[in-house]
Design a protein around this ligand. Structure first.
Ligand SMILES: C[S@@+](CC[C@H](N)C(=O)[O-])C[C@H]1O[C@@H](n2cnc3c(N)ncnc32)[C@H](O)[C@@H]1O
Length: 382
């Protein structure tokens, strides 16, 4: 495998020379999160036109405003509490949090008085960008590291939300051989990375697939994201009462692990181009995988969360009020050209075919809230 050398190459190569082959999860963790050198832990724009990929947040503020409408409904479902904490995990530059806070400040003044906002980000240097982005709301803003969030000490009531967090968590990779399930490891010889199959590093990999009833076909490769259910367990521990709203691209286990998908879903992004080879441009290209929502649903139930909603992003946005939101924005006297741009960008968010509408899913889970009246459970157009 030919590799392009970056400062991370030498670090990972030395690690392998010292401790032997590493799991793909360790390799991916270094590529994305090695302090100062990983994709998310080094300077530079990652998301948006100047970055490597778009997320729904960068498409239009209407996305965040519709989420805010739903969060306001959550607050009402909890009986308009005097303190309601929003927690965002994987907050990036704070854009989504800002769109949500702006909406609540404008449209829900009573709720705004109750709001606290806690941002959780793996990359601590994003704090200054978040502080700047959220300057109008800074009096209610605080930060937690992922370790503090998962410590069991932090608790809150309100809503924990994330957009494209789970797809950025390091995954193990497995392959089915004639000798049973094996894990894919990363080796390095003379500076060149290669893959080799070996006994799984942990019995959790086989147990994970067993729990969702998946038996891989011969030679089929797949990813196992042990970090996603771990994260949900931390979320369920921290949440005293309220909601967990998760937005990401992914499938049910049956769709994700279908034998048609012989090589899994791992994909890299660099300057808006996709790339299948994770051993290129280490730390400069994003590495990502699709989320197994069956595991998120099952784990939620096992952790005592109610699974209130699971559906495609376009259905969520339509039911939760994106059309009303577009009409509101249009009424606010924008130019004809801006109106057209607004309609085109929103198509991207909601159109199932080729847009972000159907590969993205929304999952809402709750704790201690009786029959929440969520907007997304309304019939579209009803
Ligand atoms: C794909 S980006 C999405 C950023 C933003 N939510 C958006 O949609 O534009 C994933 C973000 O999650 C952060 N992240 C990764 N693991 C995390 C964790 N355990 N807790 C909080 N943030 C994390 C990364 O540093 C990165 O900023």
């Amino acid at each position: 495998m030919i590799t392009e050398t970056t400062p991370l190459n030498a670090i990972i190569a030395t690690r392998i020379a010292e401790q032997g082959r590493i799991t793909f999860a360790e390799f991916m963790a270094a590529c994305l999160y090695e302090p100062g050198l990983g994709y998310y832990t080094s300077p530079g724009r990652k998301v948006g036109a100047e970055g490597d990929f778009y997320t729904s947040i960068t498409v239009h503020a209407a996305f965040g405003r519709v989420i805010a409408r739903e969060i306001a409904q959550m607050w009402r479902s909890m009986g308009n509490p005097a303190v309601f904490t929003l927690v965002e995990c994987g907050a990036g530059n704070g854009r989504l949090a800002c769109d949500i806070m702006d909406y609540v400040a404008e449209r829900e003044p009573e709720m705004y008085g109750a709001l606290r906002l806690v941002l959780v980000e793996q990359e601590p240097t994003l704090e200054s960008a978040q502080r700047e982005m959220l300057s109008a709301h800074v009096d209610r803003l605080s930060w937690l590291s992922p370790a503090e969030f998962a410590s069991g000490v932090f608790t809150f009531s309100g809503c924990l939300y994330s957009n494209e967090l789970l797809d950025a968590l390091p995954v193990h990779r497995v392959v089915m051989t004639s000798d049973g399930l094996k894990e894919i490891y990363v080796t390095c010889t003379d500076g060149e990375f290669a893959e080799e199959a070996g006994e799984p590093s942990t019995p959790e990999l086989e147990a994970y697939l067993l729990r969702i009833g998946v038996v891989l076909h011969p030679a089929q490769q797949a990813e196992v994201n042990l970090n996603a259910p771990k994260w949900l367990a931390s979320a369920a521990t921290a949440l005293q009462q309220g909601f967990v709203l998760t937005i990401d691209y992914g499938y049910t286990a049956a769709e994700l692990y279908t034998p048609r998908r012989k090589l899994g879903t791992l994909l890299c992004y660099y300057r808006h181009q996709t790339e299948e080879n994770p051993y290129l441009r280490l730390g400069l290209q994003d590495i990502t995988t699709h989320v197994d929502f069956t595991t998120m649903l099952n784990c939620g139930a096992a952790l005592g969360l109610e699974n209130d909603y699971f559906g495609e992003q376009y259905r969520f946005l339509m039911s939760a009020g994106i059309v009303e939101e577009i009409e509101d924005i249009e009424r606010s006297a924008i130019s004809a050209e801006e109106k057209l741009r607004l309609r085109l960008t929103l198509k991207k968010l909601i159109l199932p075919d080729g847009g972000m509408g159907d590969t993205f899913r929304v999952l809402i889970q709750s704790k201690g809230v009786t029959s929440p009246q969520l907007l997304c459970r309304r019939r579209i157009g009803g």
